[in-house]
Design a protein around this ligand. Sequence first.
Ligand SMILES: [Zn+2]
Length: 202
Amino acid sequence: MKMAELNARRSKDPKTHVGACLVDSRNRVLGNGYNGMPRGCPDNEFPWHSPEKHLYVCHAEMNALLNVNNWSLVPGSSLYTTLFPCNECAKMIIQSGVSEVVYKAIKDKPESNQACFRMFRSAGVTLRQFQLEPVVISVSKEPTVDLLARERQQNPNLFEKILDKVGDRAIWSLVFTVISLDALRRSSIPDSYFHMINKPRY
Ligand SMILES: [Zn+2]
């Protein structure tokens, strides 16, 4: 699903970013797609507003299927998509032999959704809503006061800025900032995130 989310970020649609990723039964990527204009139809020349855009835009699921380069692996595959498919994509998904659809969000489109449910059920395509795994942030066992002192030494400017802006709520801001920084420091998130944190906007 992370890869589907990354694909979605490539969409030029100003309103709706959808990404899809097709994987085989061993989770090897078979195809990626996002909602976009057809090849040869420049993004800046075709309309991105509704309802005109619907005449032109290729949906993410369609593109993920059309980008497959090993069709022999499609039977038994799973399509991860950030948005529940429309009924037109559902037809393509079924006809391609995809076995499972894993979706993240679903829009309130009763007619299209009902048609999808009916077709998927009848064709034996498994449907599953993606469940986020709980994120566990483990923080240091150091007493918070020690962390505060250490952080203040390392980031004096940040602390002064917070104290200036939040007054008597400062202590909680500091506690949460320190916990966040500590968790980030021990995570694999790139340094650029630190950079962002060190330039707070209040
Ligand atoms: Zn669609």
